[in-house]
Design a protein around this ligand. Structure first.
Ligand code: V47
Length: 378
């Protein structure tokens, strides 16, 4: 049985309840479209009124995206896990020479693309470690080779951290590097590597990684060159609520300047096999709060993604009523979260995603990477 939206949340009842609560001033701001402050963000993270918070986030979600919930038919390729950064939260990155270290030749990457030629894949999502040896030409040739066998596919590749690394390897500026990558077939940039921008967090967890302000700089350069990108925040480790809110505000400020971000994805930390194994996995309440608060704080981001690989399909489905309007996609095959203990499957079929969306009372919309509508499944 498919639920009607009105039976999920009773708007009048919820609005009345919120008016009588200590979130009433935030309700006024959301209704009038007034930007939320840092203090508002902190209060939203601190509230135990999870339904009130969800109602507020859902108002923004429905204003921006109605009942639509987007997904994409995509494929993930993690070309190498060899990484100079070795961040404490990451189970994927390995030192060169480690028994679990790997790198794919370009022929191997092309083979992975060819294996799925019969499927209507719209996007290939490519990320890897900051490999100390792979030459600049590897990244260029990889994109060209993929485009040669599958010219119709959109390549979303290389986080801002990788872009800065590739530029360094090639002795080029970020601008030159991005121009070369675009000429070779790059379509857009994924949101990884942002973690939490706070220098305190980066110093403790990923001192070798590109600093937060540099990550933002790379994203802004990309946007000014006409590329779109995504943004993420890795939550549920040692970050404070204030650090989360500051991260969101830094992204909001960058978006005010360039308008180049398409989507924000809160990433739930998975501790297994990482240097932070003693930390408990995120709770459902924290997961849903991160979706809702990011929807409310990031008033200039068109989309909030509930990444089912990290949240689990069921929590991602609930997130569609708490601010999220995107489920990512079919994915196959993901390594970063699975090496850190994720128990989700490697892939969902489009039919499974459509079922999750429909049974959450939303309308599935198959999209391309840039959120052009391919098919509304009503
Ligand atoms: O940058 C690393 C994170 C990111 C762990 O742009 C971890 O649409 C959880 O950014 N537990 C890569 N997370 C994934 C990513 C992404 C995924 C899906 C869609 C998009 C998009 C982007 O994963 C890394 C890092 O922040 N990560 N280790 C871990 N143990």
């Amino acid at each position: 049985m498919m639920l009607k939206r009105s039976s999920v949340i009773d708007n009048e009842f919820m609005e009345e309840a919120l008016r009588a609560s200590d979130l009433s001033d935030i309700l006024d701001k959301v209704v009038s479209g007034t930007r939320l402050s840092r203090e508002d963000g902190i209060r939203l993270y601190e509230t135990n009124d999870i339904l009130g918070l969800g109602f507020l986030a859902n108002m923004v979600r429905e204003k921006k995206n109605g009942d639509y919930a987007y997904y994409i038919y995509n494929q993930h390729i993690n070309y190498s896990n060899i990484c100079t950064n070795l961040c404490k939260f990451c189970a994927f990155g390995k030192k060169e020479g480690d028994s679990q270290a790997y790198e794919m030749g370009i022929d191997e990457i092309v083979k992975k693309i060819k294996e799925r030629m019969g499927e209507p894949i719209k996007e290939v999502h490519i990320v890897g470690g900051c490999h100390p040896e792979l030459p600049y030409s590897y990244y260029i040739d990889m994109l060209k080779a993929i485009k040669e066998v599958r010219p119709d596919i959109h390549i979303q590749a290389f986080t801002c951290v990788e872009i800065a690394h590739i530029a360094k390897i090639g002795g080029k500026t970020i601008e030159q590097t991005l121009e070369d990558l675009v000429d070779a077939g790059l379509g857009s940039i994924p949101g990884g590597g942002a973690e939490v921008f706070s220098p305190r967090i980066r110093e403790r967890l990923c001192p070798e990684k590109l600093p937060g302000d540099e990550w933002i700089k790379v994203a802004k350069i990309a946007h000014r060159l006409g590329l779109k990108s995504n943004a993420t925040m890795l939550y549920g480790h040692i970050e404070t609520i204030e650090e989360r809110v500051d991260h969101l505000i830094a992204l909001r400020q960058a978006q005010d300047e360039t308008g180049g971000f398409m989507c924000f994805i809160p990433l739930a930390f998975h501790p297994k096999n990482t240097g932070l194994e003693e930390i408990a996995p995120t709770s459902g309440i924290d997961d849903i709060k991160n979706i809702a608060v990011s929807r409310l704080m990031l008033d200039n981001f068109p989309h909030i993604k509930a990444y089912w690989v990290m949240l689990g399909p069921k929590m991602a489905q609930i997130a569609l009523s708490f601010g999220a309007d995107d489920m990512d996609g079919t994915v196959l095959e993901e390594k970063i979260t699975h090496m850190a203990g994720a128990e989700t499957s490697q892939a969902l079929s489009n039919k499974e995603i459509e079922y999750l969306i429909k049974s959450a009372g939303r309308i599935p919309v198959e999209r391309d990477t840039l959120y052009n509508v391919i098919n509304i499944i009503d």
